[in-house]
Design a protein around this ligand. Structure first.
Ligand SMILES: *[C@@H]1O[C@H](CO)[C@@H](O)[C@H](O)[C@H]1NC(C)=O
Ligand SMILES: *[C@@H]1O[C@H](CO)[C@@H](O)[C@H](O)[C@H]1NC(C)=O
Ligand SMILES: *[C@@H]1O[C@H](CO)[C@@H](O)[C@H](O)[C@H]1NC(C)=O
Ligand SMILES: *[C@@H]1O[C@H](CO)[C@@H](O)[C@H](O)[C@H]1NC(C)=O
Length: 484
């Protein structure tokens, strides 16, 4: 092999670091698609089963969503700080190894908070052989898929502290359950980002984790490979083998009512999304119906080419997905917001993900969060059109403009558009940012977040569009859709 120039070598190493992306292209199965029904936490099907039941009024629902958003914002800004400090470290001390750079900040890592109240969508998941069924939180902010779980604990099983009324995965009863040994490279290096522990009493001891959450609670368990059974769109079934799962033996901290576990849809080598996309053409997509005015319509998370006929391929626009920048979140390159066709005056730095700004596209956040320099001009543009309605004094704290919607008509509000750096333009329906907060009351659905910081496009803004995440070509496709 000829000698490579140093800069080329660096680029080469960088490609090894992020190169696992290309392995997605290897094992495609274009012939079919796989669907999982996404159930919103307030949906009637889950009534009483999660988070203490469905809030009674629309206002209570909004407040609950805002509360879980605040936990989520905490997680996103934490991951953001983590990625900034890692970037700085990588800059200051060049290493011969890409995997080692993350080790120093591991103790700072925290989970997404999805499990502790911030989960928005649930899916039914079949795990193991024979399959055991669970209701887990589908989270684009999590990389680890895990379940409450029991393994070789015999009499002790019942003594472990765990959440009441939750199903438990009985690992002993699954013939496809394979623990990841603590002596393996996978445990010692690759799973470090997933909070693997260094203790290794015997070589075959399962690789343990201590998954910390922002509120101080934790899930303790160990890693294993397991088979997950999935339904295909043609009605047949398929299996995904060697999916990394967490077997959570105990949960410490506040026992909030939550799900049986978490389905990791974030972008990372061991996430379910990555593994499933690799089998189904490198893509997954979803289309969310308006959950503030619930109709009995299902949302689906689809792996493989989307089968949504309401969005014709010609209507699709594409923008780059910035993967691995705020891992495992999906970031996008927004460069401006226009109101009624006029670009708003927002400083460039707000959108600069390589600086201290940037935008995350997040299904686990409900509302849309703009850093102050973007929030102010957007609110000014909307408020100017709503002056005649007058502001209502309501206790929905971070929502600053709520009004009596008697006589309101969407045509009064200027159409907003998010402009992406590569020319794509996302124009959400007005109801995605002037939202129903209570009977006869609407609120402007933007929340301000501190600057410097990350802006977040939440799931209410995403509704009534089909979103396709292409993890091979690093692009996000979208088109208006009725999601039916
Ligand atoms: C690089 O990783 C290997 C294991 O893959 C480890 O043995 C070695 O110490 C690491 N080197 C540095 C400089 O961190
Ligand atoms: C688990 O699966 C990974 C592939 O995702 C594989 O590399 C590893 O060897 C497997 N480990 C065990 C213990 O089966
Ligand atoms: C929603 O529709 C499904 C069938 O499509 C039905 O089984 C279910 O009971 C309905 N739920 C409600 C709350 O109407
Ligand atoms: C809104 O205004 C109308 C008429 O002015 C009034 O009847 C109604 O009670 C008001 N609704 C709220 C929620 O304040």
């Amino acid at each position: 092999m000829r000698r490579m120039p140093f800069s080329l070598l660096l680029i080469f190493l960088l490609f090894i670091c992020i190169g696992y992306v290309s392995t997605l292209a290897l094992s495609n199965d274009h012939s079919n698609t796989m669907r999982l029904e996404l159930i919103h936490r307030h949906a009637p099907q889950l009534m009483g089963k999660v988070f203490g039941g469905r809030p009674k009024t629309q206002l209570q629902r909004i407040k609950e969503l805002l509360h879980s958003d605040s936990i989520r914002q905490h997680m996103i800004s934490h991951k953001r700080r983590l990625s900034l400090s890692q970037r700085r470290k990588a800059w200051e001390t060049p290493r011969s190894n890409c995997s080692s750079s993350s080790s120093s900040s591991i103790e700072m890592a925290i989970g997404s908070g999805a499990y502790h109240g911030a989960g928005q969508y649930f899916v039914a998941l079949k795990v193991g052989t024979p399959a055991q069924k669970f209701m887990v939180i589908a989270d684009t902010g999590s990389d680890l898929t895990w379940m409450n779980c029991e393994y070789r604990c015999g009499q002790d099983c019942s003594k472990k502290k765990r959440l009441k009324h939750r199903r438990v995965f009985h690992a002993d009863g699954s013939s496809s359950f394979r623990t990841v040994p603590c002596l393996s490279e996978m445990c010692k290096i690759e799973l470090m980002n997933l909070f693997s522990l260094t203790s290794c009493p015997t070589p075959l001891t399962p690789c343990a984790y201590d998954y910390r959450y922002a509120d101080g609670s934790a899930a303790l368990g160990f890693f294993a490979n397991e088979t997950i059974s999935l339904g295909l769109s043609n009605g047949r079934k398929t299996k995904l083998d060697d999916v990394l799962i967490g077997c959570s033996e105990s949960v410490q901290g506040q026992s909030v009512q939550a799900a049986d576990g978490v389905l990791g849809l974030g972008f990372s080598k061991y996430s379910f999304a990555f593994k499933a996309a690799a089998k189904f053409g490198g893509k997954f997509s979803y289309c969310l119906v308006d959950h503030l005015s619930p109709k009995n319509v299902s949302n689906y998370l689809t792996f493989g080419s989307h089968i949504n006929t309401a969005a014709s391929p010609n209507d699709m626009q594409f923008t780059k997905l910035l993967l691995g920048v705020i891992s495992p979140l999906y970031a996008v390159n927004v460069m401006g917001i226009s109101s009624g066709g006029v670009m708003l005056d927002i400083p460039f730095e707000v959108w600069d993900i390589n600086g201290v700004g940037g935008t995350v596209f997040d299904s686990g956040t409900s509302l849309t969060y703009l850093t102050v320099p973007a929030y102010q001009p957007v609110m000014a543009a909307l408020e100017a059109s709503l002056l005649r309605f007058g502001k209502l004094k309501l206790d929905i704290k971070p929502l600053n403009y709520c009004f009596n919607s008697t006589g309101f008509d969407e045509s009064l509000v200027p159409r907003l558009a998010f402009h992406f750096a590569d020319g794509a333009r996302f124009e959400p329906p007005v109801k995605s940012y002037v939202i129903d907060a209570a009977p006869g009351v609407k609120c402007v659905g933007f929340v301000s977040t501190s600057w410097p910081g990350t802006s977040v496009i939440g799931n209410i803004m995403q509704q009534n569009n089909l979103w396709e995440f292409d993890l091979v070509q690093n692009k996000l496709g979208f088109a208006p859709s009725t999601c039916t």
